[in-house]
Design a protein around this ligand. Sequence first.
Ligand SMILES: NC(=O)c1ccc[n+]([C@@H]2O[C@H](COP(=O)([O-])OP(=O)(O)OC[C@H]3O[C@@H](n4cnc5c(N)ncnc54)[C@H](O)[C@@H]3O)[C@@H](O)[C@H]2O)c1
Ligand SMILES: [Zn+2]
Length: 366
Amino acid sequence: MTNSYEQSFAFGRSKTTVVVGHGVLDETGRRAAAVGGQRALVVSDETVAPLFAEPLLASLAAADVSARLVTVSPGDASKTLSNAELCYRTLADMHMGRDGLVVGLGGGVVTDLAGFVAGTWMRGIASMLCPTTLEADIDAAIGGKTAVNLSAGKNLVGVFHHPAVVVADTNCLSTLPDRDLSAGLAEAVKHGLIDGEELIAWHEDNKPAIMSRDPAVLAELIQRNICVKAGIVSEDEREMTGRRALLNFGHTLGHAIEAAAGYSLRHGECVGLGMLAAIHISTSMGLCHASLYDRVAALLMAFNLPTTLPPDIDRDQMLSYLPQDKKARAGIVRFVLIEQPGTLGMRDDVQAASIDAAIQRLGHDS
Ligand SMILES: NC(=O)c1ccc[n+]([C@@H]2O[C@H](COP(=O)([O-])OP(=O)(O)OC[C@H]3O[C@@H](n4cnc5c(N)ncnc54)[C@H](O)[C@@H]3O)[C@@H](O)[C@H]2O)c1
Ligand SMILES: [Zn+2]
């Protein structure tokens, strides 16, 4: 019998039931049937489908849910309107009505794409997301943000659409490359810092078990992190109060590093560096104790994440990617800053000198 955890979260009028555990992919058929759909479009990528589509499709078939599979190339470049259209054409071919289901099996690329297709087909049909990366388990699959990219920028076209069910099978993480596991752990560190001392300490205490992929510990990590993200989203689903914006901790500079590196680094690697920069800025503004920097750097290192910038990143190019807040004074960038684990806030009074000093501390002083 699988040892699984199940919890439902309410987001406005939507509800997402989350199932976490080893082998829970076998439950997808039963879950799909419970959502109401007797027919499903399964979206995956060419790396994930050969690994996990078979048990998923078998589970759907056993529950009398007829399904068709669409696979896209792996990678962010697949989050396109043309791939969404590929899915729409299959849905049209299936004569899929509003009682149908879209299932996303893969990392954040697939869950964003499948969620977008579900949210737009006939103005929105149910989706079930089966994340297969840690990034998707604890972040992308939760919270209802779906999107595709345009050549003008990432995630420019999207819709809020919560999955009816998220099935996070820790077994899927057994094939995930080390680098992708580490990248996902950066978001876990972020959640720990947002949530507070107990959660960040839990990640510190469980470093060896996490890195050795102990299934029970990974299940607990996913469950705890989903609770943080879902909790914040349920308080501020549409980013109206500033609460959901705290999830951008480390992402202001993180996104700039990602772009300046030409997207050659993992998102989580850049977020880790961005969090260190945000902590450094917080310390230089007298908000937080300097020891937090070393504490978080040690945790990132234990998770095999970088704590210094790659030498070939151009500092000015990186700064040019910082988003300028139109409502704030010219040249001022908004940052989520931290006082201590559990106490964070948005600030728009960060001076350029503080940003420079933070970048210098990351080992980039040219
Ligand atoms: N909607 C949101 O709130 C949200 C939040 C965070 C990230 N995202 C999005 O998520 C995407 C990044 O997600 P990601 O890091 O999961 O990337 P990804 O989906 O590209 O997956 C990373 C790589 O791992 C492969 N892979 C996936 N699962 C595997 C497995 N179990 N075993 C072996 N290989 C596997 C994939 O084929 C891919 O090559 C970005 O597009 C980002 O915008 C969205
Ligand atoms: Zn992120």
